[in-house]
Structures are given as C-alpha cells and as structure tokens.
Design a protein around this ligand. Structure first.
Ligand code: C2O
Ligand code: CU
Length: 486
C-alpha cells in the first residue's frame, strides 16, 4: 500500500514530469559545482566502426539469435571513451547487407564542426555498402553522449546501430563506480525469432511503435552489482526510437547530477521524463546487505522494473547522502537581453489526412508504402521534410547569425509528446508552461502535449544543423528540418 506521501510524490511526478526546482536545497545537497574542466593536451583515439549485420543472442532474447545491425564485434553497445581535449578519429565502414542501404554516424549532443555531424546529403555523402567515411573531431564538452545512424534510422537504430561516447574529465572527486545503462525496447517476435515492423502507420501517426521486449544493456531487468553503500554514477541513456520513460529509483537515495551530459547542481531524482536520445547522470547510494534498489519506468500504470542494484563488500560510506557534484559545463551563455526570438510550432500535418493515413485498427504499413505515398504526418512551422531520407533538401527552417543569441519559443500544438533535438548546439531551458524542472542545458527537450517552452543558445557553430523530433517515426514522417548558421 502506498502511504499518502508516496502517493502524492508519485502523482506529482506523473503530472508534472518532475517537481524539482529548489528541491536540492531541501535535500541538503550543499556542494557547489566544480570549476569547468580545461581540455588536456589531448591524444588521438582511433576506432574502427563497421556497420554490419551480426547475428546476436542478447540475454533479453531468451536464447534466440536475432540479425542485429551493430557497429562492432563483441559487446553491444560499443563504448568509446575519451578525455576532454582528446581527438576522436572514427573510421566508419559499411558492410550493411542491402545494396541500397545508406548510412553515416551522427554524434548526438556533440558540438562539433558541421562536416563531422553525420547527416547524409546535408553535410556528408551517404556511406554505401563497401564505402568508408572518416570522422575526426575534438569534443568540446565532457559527459555522457551517444552516436547513431541518421538515415532509415527507424530500422537501423531499431536493429541496434548505436554506441556510447563518454568524455571524461568532469568529476570533482571519484565516484565508487561508473556504470552505463542503455535503456531500450526491441521490436521482436521471440517465438518466431524475428524482428517485427520498426515502422507502422499507426505508430507514426501517434506515439510511435513500441517494442515488445524492454531491456537495459541488452538484458531484461539485469542485476547490477555495485560497491555497497558507495556513491555510484549511473549514466542513463534512452536509446529507444520511440518510448518516453518516467524514470525513478526505488530503495535507494539518488540524485541527478547531469542532463544530456552537462552538469547541474545535484537534485534528488524523484521522477524524470526521458524521451528518446535523452540522458541523465545519476548518483545512487548503493544498497548494502541483502537490500535491492530498483530502476523503474513509471510511464505506465503498472510501473516496469528496468534494472536492480545490489551492494557488494564492506560498506563504503556512512555519511549522509550528499553526492559530489560535477564540474560546470562549458556551454556559452546566451545573452537574453539582445537575443532574437523565433517561434517553432510542432503540429500534426493535417488532422483528416492523418486519421485516414493511420487507421486505428492496428494494421501496419510496410516501410515502402510511406516512401511511395510521401505522406507526412507531422510538421514544424507547417512544413514537413519532403522525403523519408535526406536526399531532397528543402530550404532551412531559419537562418541564424553566427555569434548571436537566440530564444526559441517551442510550441507543441499536438496531442503527443515530442523530444525536440538540435544538432551542433546545446539549449539552455529557460521556462515551460507545463513542467517544473531546474534550469539546465539540453540537446533534446521533451515537449509534452500542448506544452510551450523557451530555450536559449548562442548560434556559434556555422553550418546546417538538423532540428527534429527524436521519436524516429515522427522525424521520418515530417517533423524534421534544419537551421542554417551563417
Ligand atoms: Cu540523435 Cu538528428 O539525432
Ligand atoms: Cu515527435
């Protein structure tokens, strides 16, 4: 039975996403962010990523082997780790099994030079099977990032083409553990040992097509062993194409210390909405003895257990929980007084059209159908991306002056949530009319139905930058555009 307090906390979490502002002080987290990290001299880290079909028996497939598409042999997903100041040299080779399949790598959340951003046609040639593309850049920010392909993403990401990118150098003191948790669904029929459709018309016109198997690091509700009573850093990544999760921790104290890679003053983790591509870094005081703590998703009436934490060894810490903060981020501060305001409105394309296109009877449209029909379900400022891929470029949604500050007024005029992602820049969230969150930086802002929010940033990175919903079926049916910084 829920006590009244738990019930109130749970209800508030669901209604408001997370009622967190000022909560840090209440929890007695008094420690200030460290000074921003300075990049080191920097070494070069070279990796080879070869996109290919690799039959893989992830633990969550219950003994079945599925034809995953992955970037590397060995553990899924691959992890690249750098120190701030290091250069990443990544060679992408495509060995994907279909001659017409094109690919690339987008380094999500990294403020890198435009020609390294990995959007085919817009900033680089598409990589066809047998071809190679070399990326080389120095990430300017520390934190938890990830990478994925940027064409036919619903299938390529759906089959497993993603990896984790961590840039170290942000800690003020060591944590007792550092664990990456990639949360996602798999669209599979395990009895048949097959993938189910990654794209459905019904899903594309609504909240997306959900998978049948939930997983963390490729396992169903895995048990993760941590040093008992240690302050352990968890890097949570929503690696799904569709699912918005309402993340909570049960049975342990936990605090959010970074959002989308960038530090915030620690706040208690009560409940946090995470759309696709969103990340949070959490410090959890690990349980001791026979106790278990749980990572849960409360987005459905029956909350889902995603992972369990157990403590090993002698208790590490006895002090009251007050997690060590990270070093401050390095995102340039927008000048709100002189900022130019631009409005972006996110819509369903045409209500009648959408209902015709997306029958509510569970029937699935094959992927080919949407290409042929070039039907769009979603728009930004009444404009839809003209094709599922990037091969016919429309004009930019807006042209921004390099070095100027901008305030984007984002308005969700639809009945569905949209995690809105900008490439090459990081937003500062200023305000929202629906969710009460601390001021923070983000590269992917979740807009609830009918929500209006304001974000600000300095347009300091020249080039053409995608701006789109990260529910991939929405992105691929119109809710995508780009910004040109000149
Ligand atoms: Cu992670 Cu354009 O996206
Ligand atoms: Cu969307």
């Amino acid at each position: 039975m829920l006590t009244r307090r738990q019930f109130v906390a749970g209800a508030a979490g669901i209604a408001a996403g997370a009622a967190l502002a000022g909560a840090g002080a209440q929890a007695g987290y008094t420690r200030k962010l460290g000074a921003a990290a300075e990049p080191g001299a920097g070494k070069t880290v070279a990796v080879r990523l070869s996109a290919a079909e690799r039959p893989t028996a992830l633990p969550c497939f219950g003994g079945r082997t599925l034809p995953l598409w992955t970037f590397a042999d060995g553990e899924w997903p691959p992890l690249i780790r750098l120190n701030l100041g290091d250069r990443l040299e990544a060679t992408l080779e495509s060995r994907l099994p279909r001659p017409e399949e094109i690919t690339s790598i987008h380094w999500h959340g990294i403020r890198l030079p435009n020609n390294q951003d990995g959007v085919p046609y817009l900033v680089q040639p598409p990589v066809r099977p047998g071809e190679v593309f070399r990326y080389s850049f120095v990430p300017p920010d520390t934190g938890t990032f990830f990478f994925h392909t940027h064409c036919n993403t619903v299938e390529q990401l759906g089959r497993g083409l993603l990896g984790v990118l961590i840039v170290d150098g942000d800690t003020t003191e060591p944590y007792d553990a550092d664990v990456v948790l990639v949360m996602r669904d798999w669209r599979v029929d395990l009895d048949a040992g097959k993938f189910t459709p990654f794209f459905t018309l019904r899903g594309a016109g609504r909240a997306g097509t959900f998978g049948s198997v939930r997983s963390v690091n490729g396992a169903v509700n895995p048990e993760i062993r941590l040093p008992a009573a240690g302050d352990c850093r968890l890097r949570l990544i929503n690696g799904d194409t569709t699912r918005i999760m309402q993340i909570g921790i049960e049975g342990a104290e936990a605090a959010i210390i970074a959002i989308d890679g960038i530090a915030i003053s620690p706040v208690p983790l009560t409940s946090w909405s995470m759309g696709p591509a969103m990340r949070i870094d959490v410090v959890l005081r690990a349980p001791q003895g026979t106790r278990i703590a749980r990572l849960v998703d409360r987005s459905t009436p029956q909350r889902v257990e995603l992972a369990r934490f157990a403590g090993d060894g002698e208790p590490r810490r006895r002090s009251r929980f007050s997690p060590a903060p990270l070093r401050a981020g390095r995102i340039p501060e927008p000048d709100l007084k002189t900022a130019t305001r631009l409005r972006f409105s996110f819509h369903a394309s045409d209500e009648d059209d959408r209902l015709v296109a997306a029958p509510d009877d569970g029937s699935n449209g094959p992927l080919g159908e949407i290409c042929r029909s070039s039907r769009t379900f979603w728009t930004i400022n009444d404009r839809a991306w003209p094709e599922r891929d990037h091969s016919r470029l429309p004009p930019p949604l807006a042209v921004l002056q390099r070095g100027r500050s901008y305030i984007f007024q984002l308005k969700n005029s639809s009945k569905f949530s949209h995690p809105i992602h900008i490439h090459g820049h990081t937003f500062k969230l200023l305000r929202s009319n629906k969710q009460n969150r601390p001021v923070h930086h983000t590269d992917t802002l979740l807009l609830l139905p009918e929500e209006q929010a304001e974000v600000a940033f300095v347009a300091d990175n020249p080039g053409d930058w995608m701006f789109h919903c990260h529910i991939i079926e929405h992105q691929e049916t119109g809710m995508m555009g780009y910004l040109r910084v000149v």
